[in-house]
Write a protein that binds this ligand. Structure first.
Ligand code: IPE
Ligand code: IPE
Ligand code: MG
Length: 261
């Protein structure tokens, strides 16, 4: 087998058959995920919405480990949008508590797999105890050189762009003539992180919901009706296989067609 999947993917399983079809040299460097459908998953089971979020955290663990094992460099997870504050107070409070628990329990997995955790989004507004836990885990994992997990928390793509403009206007000696896309991107929260190659959204909604507006200019998009808590290794491998069938043209024509101009 081309990947280190011992103890993670059972020999003879459907997942193993999917992994065998993957081309390790053509994996996306960066996968970004809009983890949606936790509430509907719970509603279908007549459970409170928080149970859906709890089940969703298991899917997070599985996808994080899959990325680490496959050698994907960056995984960005949209966990809480700035707009999510519009939800009932109780759901919001429970979501943040769940995240805090998750961070407290994840140390071993992050260390074992040499995963680095970083956060994007606005720090102001995040509850203090969560903020402290985030800082602790960011510091703990700073030197790790395996997978980078980017958590989008209290995140809004439009706010990120406005904040970047503010930073540019405040930087000394700013020269509008020399401002270009690369320079602009250095002022975003995602400075230094390559743009997502693959964007996944679960639960079938056909929208972006204010996620990474600048960075997804040329991302390949995969939308599945599967609800986030049901999104496991198998679904993730299917998304990767579909990605490998895409032809990324970036506005150019395919090498074959250029002869027929
Ligand atoms: C995604 O699931 C998790 C967050 C937005 C925090 P939802 O809670 O949006 O689930 P649905 O869309 O209501 O099913
Ligand atoms: C997007 O899901 C935000 C996260 C996954 C954190 P939402 O459920 O908030 O998006 P909308 O409201 O359906 O657009
Ligand atoms: Mg939703």
């Amino acid at each position: 087998m081309k990947f280190d999947l011992k103890g993670f993917i059972a020999p003879g399983s459907e997942e193993e058959a999917l992994v065998r079809q993957l081309d390790p040299s053509r994996l996306p460097q960066h996968v970004a995920v809009i983890m949606d459908g936790n509430g509907r998953w719970a509603e279908k089971r007549k459970k409170p919405r928080i149970e859906g979020h709890r089940a969703g955290s298991k899917a997070v663990q599985e996808v994080v480990e899959a990325c680490a094992r496959l050698g994907i460099r960056v995984l960005t997870l949209y966990a809480f949008s700035k707009e999510n504050w519009k939800r009932p107070k109780r759901e919001v409070a429970r979501l943040w508590r769940l995240l805090e628990d998750y961070l407290q329990k994840q140390d071993k997995q992050l260390i074992k797999n040499k995963i680095r955790l970083i956060v994007i989004g606005q720090r102001e507004g995040i509850p203090g105890s969560v903020e402290r836990e985030l800082e602790r885990v960011e510091t703990l994992t700073r030197a790790h050189d395996g997978l980078t997990v980017v958590l989008a928390l209290n995140y809004s793509g439009r706010s990120e762009i406005v904040d970047a403009i503010k930073r540019i206007l405040q930087s000394p000696g700013v020269n509008p003539e020399s401002l270009d896309e690369a320079e602009f991107a250095r002022h975003l929260d995602t400075a230094g992180i390559p743009d997502p190659d693959l964007l996944i959204r679960t639960s079938g909604e056909l929208r972006i919901s204010n996620f990474l507006l600048w960075q997804i200019a040329y991302s390949e998009i995969w939308i599945t009706p599967v609800l986030w808590p049901d999104f496991r290794r198998r679904e993730f491998l299917r998304a990767l296989l579909d990605f490998q069938k895409r032809e990324r043209r970036f506005g150019a024509v395919h090498a074959r067609s250029s002869e027929n101009a």
